[in-house]
Ligand binder design. Structure first.
Ligand code: ADP
Ligand code: MG
Length: 322
């Protein structure tokens, strides 16, 4: 039978990419400026996240992996207005319940670090370790104890592709953080962390895409800024739509359609644009999905947002009709 933690894990932890996303968000919440992700077999064998954030005090390590020990939710209304990325206090316990987890951390105040391991419902004693300030979490053998879920994993290269896409998307949202993604012996992504967005885009997408981009800026109503491709590239999928709402990566069918509409009146080929767009708007104007794993956002009144987006894109592409 599944434990409560294993059931909860189904909500948050579907595959390696969900683990990586949750752990990176924790690292960001802890003020990290360097986050390294190391994977083996697409994350199915090992996921290791190392950050230089403020760390976890020894006395808090066991609570961090216990369910609901850290939940900050007060009511559903808070979901939209919370400013930190983490809000459920269940990522670590959920991941620990379906893997073999090692959690190591050191705060600035402590001369040494501490480490513990979780396997099943067994939490080990704390062990003193030498370590720099920050946190390292190792997640081994994901779903080793929930074979039904393990069966839904794709091949390591598929899983790796999803992780790589997600890390790229998060990296673009935080040019102030240096990200590194390593798979076994291969470095897949390395961003400088020097606040320079176009350098991050270059690290994530390479030269062809970066050179195809032109600036988008809209300052009346919803704030929109970012980049869109104004020449055709050899890429032709919606995979290159990157929407961020108040700093967080989101998905939105409405935004995708409006983007295509705006793009195709200017560039009529049946190609998909590359878009990296940051939207800023008041939290009352949208519903962030309550389901932790889904990123889909619903706008309460999309029309003004759509008009703003179309305007912004047309301006960026120098459409003479606007
Ligand atoms: P949440 O992020 O919703 O609070 P998590 O289960 O993701 O819950 O994490 C539990 C707690 O462990 C966090 O609230 C935080 O205090 C601590 N924590 C987790 N990861 C890190 C990290 N990388 N650096 C510092 N503290 C961390
Ligand atoms: Mg969290």
């Amino acid at each position: 039978p599944l434990t409560a933690n294993q059931i909860a894990a189904g909500e948050v932890v579907e595959r390696p990419v969900s683990v990586v996303k949750e752990l990176i968000e924790n690292s960001i919440d802890a003020g990290s400026t360097r986050i390294k992700v190391y994977l083996e077999e697409g994350g199915t064998k090992r996921i290791q996240i190392t950050d230089n954030g403020w760390g976890i005090e020894a006395q808090d390590l066991p609570t961090a992996v216990q369910r609901h020990a850290t939940s900050k939710i007060i009511s559903f209304d808070d979901l939209n207005s919370l400013s930190t990325l983490g809000f459920r206090g269940e990522a670590l316990p959920s991941i620990a319940a379906v893997s073999k987890m090692t959690l190591s951390s050191r705060t600035e105040e402590s001369p040494v670090g501490f480490s513990l391991q979780v396997e099943g419902d067994q939490i080990s004693d704390l062990r003193e370790i030498g370590s720099p300030v920050g946190t390292e979490i190792i997640v081994d053998n994901l779903f080793y104890n929930t074979p039904a879920r393990k069966k839904f994993l794709k091949s390591p290269s598929n899983e790796l592709g999803m992780v790589s896409e997600m890390v790229g998307r998060i990296a673009i949202s935080r040019p102030d953080i240096a990200f590194e993604l390593v798979h076994e012996r291969r470095t897949l992504l390395k961003t400088p962390g020097n606040h320079n967005l176009s350098q991050v885009i270059f690290s994530v997408y390479g030269n062809e895409i970066t050179r195809s981009l032109t600036k988008v800026e809209y300052k009346h109503g919803p704030l929109i800024r970012g980049y869109i491709s104004n020449v055709q590239t050899t890429r032709s999928t919606r995979q290159y739509y990157n929407f961020y709402l108040n700093g967080r990566f989101i998905k939105s069918k409405d935004l995708s359609e409006a983007l295509e509409e705006a793009y195709h009146t200017r560039i009529p080929q049946k190609r998909y644009p590359i878009a990296i767009l940051f939207f800023e708007m008041a939290p009352e104007l949208f519903d962030a999905n309550v389901h932790p794993a889904k990123l889909e956002v619903k706008f309460k009144d999309f029309q003004p947002i759509k008009e703003a987006l179309i305007h912004a894109i047309h301006n960026a592409l120098n459409d003479p009709s606007v």
